[in-house]
Design a protein around this ligand. Sequence first.
Ligand code: ATP
Ligand code: MG
Length: 354
Amino acid sequence: MGQIELKGIRKSFGGIDVIKGIDLQIDEGELVIFVGPSGCGKSTLLRLISGLVEASDGQILIDGDDVTGKPPAERELSMVFQSYALYPHKSVRENMGFALTVAGMPKAEITQKVDEAAATLKLEDYLDRKPKALSGGQRQRVAIGRAIVREPRAFLFDEPLSNLDAALRVEMRLEIARLHQKLGATMVYVTHDQVEAMTLADKIVVLQAGQIEQIGTPLDLYRHPGNLFVAQFIGSPKMNVVDCTGTGTQLTFGNGNTSDIARNAEGATKMGIRPEHMALCDAGDASKAILTGQIDVMEHLGSDSFAYVNVPDVGLFTVRIVGHSDAVVGDTVGLHFASGDVHLFDASEKTIPA
Ligand SMILES: Nc1ncnc2c1ncn2[C@@H]1O[C@H](COP(=O)(O)OP(=O)(O)OP(=O)(O)O)[C@@H](O)[C@H]1O
Ligand SMILES: [Mg+2]
């Protein structure tokens, strides 16, 4: 139960194409995350699945049934929004059971389902409270509880954590991961936060301007981004990217420095290297220093330090150093990286395979 398939889904609003032909298979029990910049169509795609928005073209199948023309209620999906949309005058118990009450389910059965969901979400002590007497995280749990009691074929989440403060977001992220393990239900989850996507997803769908850029597991996308957009969207801090010219196995940078990366670099116009794959070294150590620059800014986070190194005529690099670094602003430093960690992109911004 809970397999969702999109075939050639398109949506335009007043002649403007917002979703431009999406083919996607979501398997039973999978936690799939849609990520992408603001306005790329994440919420619209989720609403198309839910039935709140009608497709302009294409088909939506749930467990093999064509639900394309069906209203939301007949799709048996539960949606959880960023705004919790709880009834302020109803108690937590009434809020959670409301859809079941409307559906005419016997009272004893509703009580049992609400109790079960409350236990899963650690809401047992709050069932008689009104939403205003709850914290943001507790309200969001009630909204999730309301979705659980309906035993949907799949859960649809639209940025459910973005109203919470940073610490609570991390806590709720863990709870959603646990909930997914416990229920084993299909979940489709929208976020613009790539850390949330990396930590929660079985499968990430990266969207840009109404189209899929790439689909893969978090580590697939991190290790093998298919193009420059995905390379810079996945990973934090984001991948360093500088102009270069690739000939044979050699890269030439804007300052004339060259580096032999021992693999095909022909046609490369940009080189990407992640901050965690770079290291500072002695500028005079010709065996290590591929580029030389000056430290512009140092950030000390305790667990990590970030050095921002400016290489004239090449660009600014972020270098992640595990733990503390004694480097200071103004130091002239060498930059070292392994050729196996280099990502290359051609003029159309597609990845050149290693
Ligand atoms: N009902 C509508 N009428 C007209 N345009 C719409 C409608 N709904 C969405 N759009 C447009 O479709 C595009 C995609 O919107 P959508 O809400 O799906 O983006 P999003 O990826 O969820 O962005 P965000 O991260 O900001 O929530 C936007 O340009 C938006 O203005
Ligand atoms: Mg949105």
